[in-house]
Design a protein. Sequence first.
Length: 507
Amino acid sequence: MSPSHLSRLSGALVLVGLLAWAGPASVAAATPDGVTSRSGGANGSPKSIRVMIDPGHGGRGEEPGATTGDNWDSQYAQFLRVVNYGGSARTAPGRRVEEHELALSLSRRLAALLELTRTDAGWTRFEEMLRRLGARGALPRVRIESRLTRTDDYRARQARKEPDPNRDFRLLDSPARLPAREGTPLHPGRVSRVIDWAPDLLLVLHLNDVDGRGQRGMNALFVPSPGDFEAIRAMALSKGVLPAELQRLARSWIARGRARGERASMIEAAWCYYTGFAPTPGGRTPDMTRPDGKVWNHITWAYRDAEPGRPTLTLAAPQEGPFWDRERGPFESRRRAGGPEGLGGDNLYAGQELLRHARLSLARAVTSTALPSDVFGRGPHSRVTTLTPLSRPLCAAWTLPLYVNSVTAYLELGYLSNARDRWLLMNRGDLYVEGLAAGIYSLAAGLELPGVPGIEPPVGKPVAFEHYRPHVAAARWKGSKPPIVERLGELGKKTEGGRRKGVVSSQ
């Protein structure tokens, strides 16, 4: 699956306080115990939250190798995953829309809307938007500070003749200079930069792209909880069938590796999660030619192991270390399990709620809009077919929501491969953006909006972001210097040679 993005931003947007990554970001005012203080004060000061927006992709497509790919592992002296370029679709002869460009445009427009909340005049405009969407009664002010994980793409880096144009677009850390040498500092990937900025909410924006033109809809993506992974491991070790407790998860599961079928794919994901290797066919032993590495050691955060240690070669091996303490703690269960949606925790609730708001925004505004003839010659489409459906959520071991402590809403806003979705995204992106902005406000303060017949309404209940702030703050890297490349190539010398194949994409 490749997530997608919107047409280029027209006109110049002045984004007050919107900064690209330029080094370790300081976290606003910390309390004595180190927990960021962003709640409303006793004097009636507005509540404040931080939102980081990740416009998907942005890097050039690369296969894993010594100087290309994602998921760098010093012990193998190479990258272990591909870099996924993202989706694209033909809009006219000789013209295409690229997912990474569309995602960035939508993200910039959303950030500009959120920035309105930081000034009195801007808040008045933001409140007017909420009223236009149907908000009634008092609207408590929320200051929303936003930042993007990227503000350009690899083409801009190539134009500046940077030697590694993908460096800032990888999800995981990579050597600051390639080819790597022992002692080379590691450059923080997107996951590390999110962790350092410590947002309350991480919003990941993608667009889908599939071969079939008929498929369309919005999807929220989520990751298994620690308890889900334990149930999958128990199923694999017992060689049993899919247990009842995993049936609902299986209905949302997306196969991302070589395994086919929900059960086999879930077992493959558990092998990578626990051992850092994909399994051989049958899921009994590790496939030494398909390492994924101990991903928690490929991030600049507090849960890196002090020493990389020996490879884990069995699914039954006990798990010890700071990352596994994090997984066994109460925060990750609440963030990733159960919750208002029945699974997926606050992550999935946040994602579904934002999509419900986006779809409601579309429904309110497109009642008189007819789609033009699409590029495939199917003729005009009436208003009845305009709205994109809210499709089932999709589960896999996605990198960002798995390895970030912030509540994470991971969204696929539509299908570039579908003419109707594509037309809405390219021509009515403002409606998506306004709905997402209203949804973010609702996640912070709660917002009940009147419904539209036939449209699933938002729940309107906030997420307790303050509950997660100690957890978010605890993840930040405590070292005075960034991690470095150590013990270069130790495992690469011991396992069979040859170019290793990436287990999954970098998303």
